[in-house]
Design a protein around this ligand. Structure first.
Ligand code: FES
Length: 113
Protein backbone atom coordinates (compact mmCIF):
# COMPACT_ATOMS: atom_id res chain seq x y z
CA UNK A 1 0.00 0.00 0.00
CA UNK A 2 1.06 3.53 -0.75
CA UNK A 3 -0.62 6.85 -0.07
CA UNK A 4 -2.01 9.50 -2.35
CA UNK A 5 -1.95 13.15 -1.21
CA UNK A 6 -4.64 14.79 -3.30
CA UNK A 7 -5.06 18.57 -3.21
CA UNK A 8 -8.48 19.83 -4.28
CA UNK A 9 -9.23 23.18 -5.87
CA UNK A 10 -10.08 24.69 -2.48
CA UNK A 11 -6.62 23.78 -1.18
CA UNK A 12 -7.78 20.94 1.05
CA UNK A 13 -5.63 17.81 1.04
CA UNK A 14 -6.99 14.30 1.28
CA UNK A 15 -4.72 11.37 2.11
CA UNK A 16 -5.89 8.14 0.50
CA UNK A 17 -4.64 4.58 0.63
CA UNK A 18 -3.63 3.33 -2.79
CA UNK A 19 -2.77 0.04 -4.42
CA UNK A 20 -0.82 -0.41 -7.66
CA UNK A 21 -3.52 -2.91 -8.63
CA UNK A 22 -6.01 -0.10 -9.23
CA UNK A 23 -6.02 3.29 -10.89
CA UNK A 24 -5.51 6.53 -9.01
CA UNK A 25 -9.11 7.39 -9.90
CA UNK A 26 -10.41 4.20 -8.32
CA UNK A 27 -8.44 4.82 -5.13
CA UNK A 28 -9.84 8.35 -4.90
CA UNK A 29 -13.42 7.22 -5.48
CA UNK A 30 -13.15 4.38 -2.97
CA UNK A 31 -12.11 6.98 -0.39
CA UNK A 32 -14.98 9.29 -1.31
CA UNK A 33 -12.78 12.00 -2.79
CA UNK A 34 -14.74 14.02 -5.37
CA UNK A 35 -13.21 14.07 -8.84
CA UNK A 36 -14.98 14.30 -12.18
CA UNK A 37 -14.84 11.19 -14.32
CA UNK A 38 -17.44 11.74 -17.00
CA UNK A 39 -16.49 8.84 -19.30
CA UNK A 40 -16.35 6.33 -16.46
CA UNK A 41 -12.61 5.75 -16.73
CA UNK A 42 -11.87 4.96 -20.37
CA UNK A 43 -9.56 7.87 -21.23
CA UNK A 44 -12.13 9.64 -23.40
CA UNK A 45 -13.23 12.74 -21.49
CA UNK A 46 -10.15 14.05 -19.69
CA UNK A 47 -12.20 15.29 -16.72
CA UNK A 48 -10.21 13.13 -14.29
CA UNK A 49 -6.98 14.95 -15.12
CA UNK A 50 -4.58 15.47 -12.22
CA UNK A 51 -1.44 17.60 -12.06
CA UNK A 52 1.48 15.60 -10.76
CA UNK A 53 4.16 17.94 -11.98
CA UNK A 54 7.67 17.13 -13.09
CA UNK A 55 7.81 14.09 -15.27
CA UNK A 56 5.25 12.19 -13.25
CA UNK A 57 7.95 10.02 -11.72
CA UNK A 58 6.68 6.90 -10.03
CA UNK A 59 3.60 6.56 -12.19
CA UNK A 60 2.80 3.90 -14.74
CA UNK A 61 3.79 4.66 -18.32
CA UNK A 62 1.38 6.69 -20.44
CA UNK A 63 -0.52 4.49 -22.86
CA UNK A 64 -1.65 5.45 -26.35
CA UNK A 65 -5.23 6.40 -25.44
CA UNK A 66 -4.11 8.51 -22.48
CA UNK A 67 -1.45 10.25 -24.55
CA UNK A 68 -3.98 11.01 -27.27
CA UNK A 69 -6.40 12.55 -24.77
CA UNK A 70 -3.68 14.59 -22.99
CA UNK A 71 -2.45 15.94 -26.32
CA UNK A 72 -6.00 16.88 -27.32
CA UNK A 73 -6.30 18.79 -24.04
CA UNK A 74 -2.91 20.44 -24.58
CA UNK A 75 -2.04 19.23 -21.10
CA UNK A 76 1.37 20.22 -19.77
CA UNK A 77 3.98 17.60 -18.98
CA UNK A 78 3.21 16.09 -15.61
CA UNK A 79 -0.55 16.01 -16.07
CA UNK A 80 -2.09 12.56 -16.07
CA UNK A 81 -5.48 10.94 -16.35
CA UNK A 82 -6.31 9.52 -12.93
CA UNK A 83 -8.31 6.74 -14.57
CA UNK A 84 -5.22 5.47 -16.39
CA UNK A 85 -2.37 6.18 -13.97
CA UNK A 86 -1.26 3.67 -11.37
CA UNK A 87 1.49 3.87 -8.83
CA UNK A 88 3.12 1.80 -6.11
CA UNK A 89 4.65 4.86 -4.47
CA UNK A 90 3.42 7.73 -2.34
CA UNK A 91 2.32 10.50 -4.66
CA UNK A 92 1.30 14.16 -4.34
CA UNK A 93 -0.88 15.74 -6.98
CA UNK A 94 -3.62 18.30 -7.61
CA UNK A 95 -7.12 17.38 -8.70
CA UNK A 96 -8.00 19.80 -11.49
CA UNK A 97 -11.77 19.29 -11.43
CA UNK A 98 -13.55 18.24 -8.26
CA UNK A 99 -16.88 19.39 -9.65
CA UNK A 100 -20.00 17.38 -9.79
CA UNK A 101 -19.12 13.92 -11.03
CA UNK A 102 -20.66 12.88 -14.29
CA UNK A 103 -21.10 9.39 -12.98
CA UNK A 104 -21.95 8.36 -9.46
CA UNK A 105 -19.35 6.19 -7.77
CA UNK A 106 -17.63 3.15 -9.16
CA UNK A 107 -19.11 1.01 -11.83
CA UNK A 108 -21.09 3.83 -13.36
CA UNK A 109 -22.17 3.83 -16.96
CA UNK A 110 -19.28 4.07 -19.37
CA UNK A 111 -19.64 6.45 -22.25
CA UNK A 112 -20.25 4.86 -25.59
CA UNK A 113 -18.73 7.59 -27.79
S1 FES B 1 -12.62 9.41 -16.49
FE1 FES B 1 -12.70 10.11 -18.51
S2 FES B 1 -10.63 10.27 -19.07
FE2 FES B 1 -10.54 9.53 -17.05
Amino acid sequence: MSRLFATAGDGSVRVVENSPARSVLTSLLLAGVPIRHDCGGIARCGTCRVRVGGEGAGLSAIGASERERLEALKAPTGDRLACQARTARDLEFEILDSGEPGREGLGGHRGSD
